[in-house]
Design a protein. Structure first.
Lengths: 447, 536
């Protein structure tokens, strides 16, 4: 790889400062280093070294140690001349290009990349700041979890509020230590604000099969304290039921963690406002990842996407811009993945939930009789164009679907070539024939 | 960071999930079986040895099976909860105790078999070895030796833990099939067939050596020893066929299979060492070091062992070709010349076609090649002596057998499972793995494919790689994993929560790829950078 011509001598020692050492900030740092000799400093108040946030659950479950969540050995940063600072940025002065730390120290930058990530949402519930009430986002959250829910003697029951991906991960974590879990979910079926009804109902079944006390169509009214300021119970709004518990997990989504920017000149809304080039209103200040809010969102997409992959992609793009090759953030077809207990989920393109589903979107659903494998494929009813797939318990190839989406293949092609997209390990049973059969049966019956 | 508040050095883990009643029952049954073995080791005189031997082995097997059946009560899926909290699997007290126990067992087995009751100077066996006499007589017609006892227990362990492994991974057909395969090859090829074959050795002229057909040179480093060669040559067509099969295995069969499927066809589907590592060693797979420094040590060590084993074998063959030139059709100089030509061909092909792929490693390969060629020349020049670098070939052979064959592969390789992980020998020492790995890296269709941009860098793959490969380092770059050490166990793919990894055999073209920007991002940008890369 030779890609260094863009940085000439005058910009050689330009100081790039990145706030946040998550996937976005670190990807930006790594790519800038690949492309240039610029001085790079990464600041984090959370951890000394980059770790994979998505892997915190496996530390609690005993699959890995915290060290395993760090993708690079500690010597990597020095070797690649990336300075790491563990400090909390209190304020940003864009006029003097200075960062002010909570320990009174200061740091000057030439270009600033804000990648400060998210914080768990709290919606003003009474008792939301009690001891034993927390989200699951940061390393500190994991440490607190070990204090308030280390086992089922200290924590006889845990309550999780909010049925998203972090909520279900937290349920799996607590379950692994045999802590009984009550899972309070606003929706009438798990995650049906994102998943189509069939998908959502099968996941709901799977959650229940793991002995999670799932409370659908329920909201949190209040968290009640004991005499020592620790959580004692929660009250459900709809029924008024009081559930005694020793831990409450707040997992009703995340929002940008940008309080430290409020007094600055950098324009913010929910997140740091950026254009498609990830530039803020202040020149030489950029924002990427969870904390960035796109002024003009991409087609079909939200202005803030707190997803691992988008954070990484923004980091890849901003590095090009910083190193002289100004590039817009313009990702390819949407994709994502998750795991619901034992069921892996991947999605490519768009398969909309009921509430967002446009009139032209038709969804074909197939499920295996054991209810651990199923797919939902969306296509345009008028043009037959393939729109997207949700696949559960069957691994699919990103590259294949990426191509099919770009090439705007029609549904018949996708169904007939499904085996090409299979990414399950060797010797696994395949289901493409069954899926094809089901599709053709349904299709004929429609005609 | 101290995340494990409850992890004391205490043997009793406060966090352990209580055993079910069934598991306790299984434990009881198994321990009774084990206790009978211990009693036998202490020379207890059983009224009916055969009955008690059967009883003991059956109880151990049934007990462990009942214990393992606990997996059936859980849902299908990855079962790694609490692995780093358990003393046995996180280098706690239990791990050290187990390690020391296995290590001492190996030391006694290799160097003091009389403690196990091996009858010396024509005396009959006693103790544990005598306890196995009935089984040995049934299978091969002779009293047991320490190797028979070891072989029986080794096979039993692979079968028992293989059963457990199959239940643990019962959602994964790849894992199940390859485990059934290692269980089959251990029971049939490594245990039963050689025992039956030794029954053929009725006449003094017919002297088949113990020969595990699937164990290839140089893992089977004694294949070309004179006693082995003479034994095979003295045993009619069968012996000759076996010798030819042995030579074909390493020079023809193995290269073809490795080309098609990678070294996994051997290391995690057939091999006995691999079989033990994958079954009994499975609870320790996450203990292998993933540091870059460990990888450096690995590459030096394993290739040094390979060069050592090649030189040792050449010297051994040369010495008997020299001593009895009339016995063999092959002359010593023809042998030296043939070996030199073969090595030169391999070396030239690699340097001509694969130089750009191995980069810096080319010079290390060259060092190995020249060391071996120099040793060939030394032998040739010294003419009537079998000294190589002033060391006698028999000394070389003895040193190899002691340090590599016994200490490295047995005492350290297996004894240290609970400390360094289950593939220490395979990763750092096995010369067979070095040869297969060399081919896997350069001439094979096998690779682990990563799934576009789906990696979340969680690190499960790297953690559970028994060979210490930092799988994540490749996956998060969307790069295929083509590593000589990969034994293709498929666990990285199994533990991945996002469906990112897949073991595949596909065309050689584009097998080694690297992307600057991952799939999923701006297509123009990806194209732009990839084109730049290709033009470089």
């Amino acid at each position: 790889m030779r890609l260094r011509p863009t940085c000439n001598k005058t910009t050689l020692m330009e100081h790039i400062v990145i706030i946040g050492n998550g996937i976005s900030g670190i990807t930006a740092a790594r790519h800038i280093r690949k492309l240039s000799n610029k001085k790079i400093t990464v600041i984090s108040a959370e951890s000394e070294y980059f770790f994979s946030r998505t892997a915190l659950m496996y530390v609690y479950m005993g699959h890995m140690t915290f060290e395993h969540t760090q993708p690079y050995e500690n010597w990597f940063w020095k070797k690649n001349n990336i300075n790491l600072i563990k400090a909390f940025v209190k304020a940003v002065d864009t006029k003097t290009k200075t960062l002010h730390f909570s320990n009174k120290a200061q740091l000057n930058y030439d270009k600033l990349i804000i990648a400060s990530g998210s914080k768990p949402n709290k919606f003003g519930w009474p008792g939301q700041d009690l001891k034993g009430v927390q989200g699951l986002y940061s390393k500190q959250d994991l440490e607190n979890l070990e204090v308030y829910a280390p086992n089922n003697k200290v924590c006889k029951r845990a309550v999780i509020v909010g049925g998203g991906l972090i909520g279900i991960e937290l349920a799996e974590m607590l379950n692994s230590r045999n802590i009984p879990v009550t899972f309070i979910v606003r929706e009438s079926s798990f995650w049906n604000n994102v998943l189509p009804e069939n998908d959502s109902q099968l996941i709901t079944k799977h959650i229940k099969s793991h002995h999670i006390d799932l409370r659908l169509s329920s909201n949190l009214e209040e968290i009640i304290s004991d005499n020592n300021g620790r959580v004692q119970s929660v009250i459900i709004k709809e029924t008024g039921e009081e559930i005694p518990c020793d831990f409450v997990g707040l997992t009703a989504g995340v929002s940008p963690s940008i309080d430290f920017l409020k007094p600055s000149n950098i324009k913010t809304n929910k997140g740091v406002l950026v254009n498609r080039f990830l530039e803020t209103n202040i020149s030489n200040v950029y924002a990427i990842g969870d904390c960035a809010e796109l002024l003009e969102p991409l087609e079909n997409r939200r202005s803030i996407e707190a997803v691992w992959y988008t954070g990484r992609m923004m980091g890849e793009v901003i590095a090009q811009t910083i190193c002289g090759k100004r590039n817009a953030y313009d990702p390819g077809p949407w994709f994502n993945s998750a795991k619901f207990f034992d069921i892996e989920y991947q999605t490519y393109g768009w398969v909309n939930a009921k509430k967002n589903k446009p009139e032209h979107e038709y969804q074909f659903h197939w499920s295996h009789h054991d209810n651990t494998k199923w797919v939902t494929i969306a296509y345009n009813l008028h043009t037959n164009t393939f729109l997207g797939i949700n696949t559960f318990g069957i691994r699919m190839r990103h590259e294949t679907f990426n191509n099919w989406l770009i090439e705007k293949r029609d549904i018949a092609f996708v169904i007939n070539h499904l085996h090409e997209a299979n990414f399950d390990p060797e010797f696994f049973a395949t289901y493409h024939k069954e899926i094809q059969k089901a599709f053709h049966n349904q299709f004929q019956s429609q005609i | 960071m101290n995340q494990k508040p409850q992890h004391t050095m205490s043997i009793v883990n406060p966090n352990t999930v209580n055993l079910s009643l069934k598991q306790k029952l299984g434990l009881c049954v198994g321990v009774v079986g084990l206790f009978i073995l211990i009693l036998a080791g202490c020379n207890a005189s059983f009224p009916n040895k055969t009955l008690f031997l059967i009883l003991s082995l059956v109880l151990i097997t049934v007990g462990s099976m009942i214990f393992s059946n606990a997996y059936l009560k859980t849902s299908k899926g990855i079962k790694n909860d609490g692995i780093w909290f358990k003393s046995l699997t996180s280098r706690g007290t239990l791990a050290w105790l187990t390690g020391i126990l296995i290590t001492t067992f190996y030391i006694v087995l290799y160097f003091f078999p009389e403690y196990l009751g091996l009858g010396t100077n024509g005396n009959s066996n006693s103790g544990l070895i005598a306890f196995f006499d009935p089984l040995s007589k049934l299978l091969n017609g002779n009293p047991a030796s320490q190797w028979f006892v070891y072989g029986t227990l080794y096979t039993l362990v692979i079968l028992i833990f293989g059963y457990k492994f199959i239940l643990k991974y019962r959602h994964n057909r790849y894992q199940q099939l390859r485990t059934i395969s290692v269980m089959f090859f251990q029971l049939g090829f490594a245990f039963l067939i050689p025992e039956f074959m030794s029954r053929l050795n009725a006449s003094p002229n017919y002297n088949l050596p113990y020969y595990d057909l699937k164990s290839m040179w140089p893992l089977n480093y004694y294949l070309f020893d004179s006693w082995s060669i003479n034994g095979l040559l003295s045993s009619g067509n069968l012996g000759l066929a076996m010798l030819i099969f042995g030579i074909l295995s390493i020079f023809i069969i193995s290269p073809i299979l490795t080309y098609k499927y990678g070294k996994r066809w051997y290391c995690s589907w057939v091999c006995g060492c691999g079989g033990l590592a994958e079954t009994a060693g499975d609870p320790f797979r996450h203990l292998s070091s993933k540091k870059l420094s460990a990888w450096k040590i690995e590459r030096w060590l394993i290739h040094t062992v390979l060069v050592f084993s090649v030189i040792m074998t050449i010297a051994v063959i040369y010495s008997y070709l020299m001593k009895d030139p009339d016995t063999y059709w092959l002359s010593k100089n023809a042998f030296l010349l043939g070996t030199a030509i073969l090595l030169t061909i391999v070396f030239t092909i690699v340097m001509l076609f694969k130089r750009h792929e191995i980069g810096k490693d080319a010079s290390y390969g060259a060092i190995g090649y020249f060391v071996i060629i120099t040793s060939l020349i030394t032998l040739y020049v010294s003419g009537a002596s079998d000294h190589i670098f002033l060391i006698k070939s028999s000394t070389l052979r003895a040193a190899y057998g002691f340090y590599i064959g016994s200490i490295f592969s047995g005492v350290i390789g297996t004894g240290f499972y609970p400390i360094f992980g289950n593939r220490v020998w395979c990763r750092f020492g096995c010369p067979m793995a070095a040869i297969l790995g060399f081919q896997q890296r350069l001439f094979s269709k096998f690779r682990i494919t990563t799934n576009g941009g789906q990696c979340i860098s969680c690190g499960n793959c790297s953690t559970y790689c028994e060979m210490g490969i930092d799988v994540r380092a490749y996956a998060q770059k969307g790069e295929n994993i083509v590593r000589s050490s990969c034994v293709g166990c498929g666990i990285c793919s199994a533990v991945c929560p996002r469906g990112v990894l897949k073991l595949e055999n596909d065309s050689m073209h584009g097998r080694i790829n690297s992307n600057d920007i991952l799939l999923g991002n701006n297509m123009d940008l990806i194209d732009l950078l990839n084109n730049q890369q290709n033009n470089d």
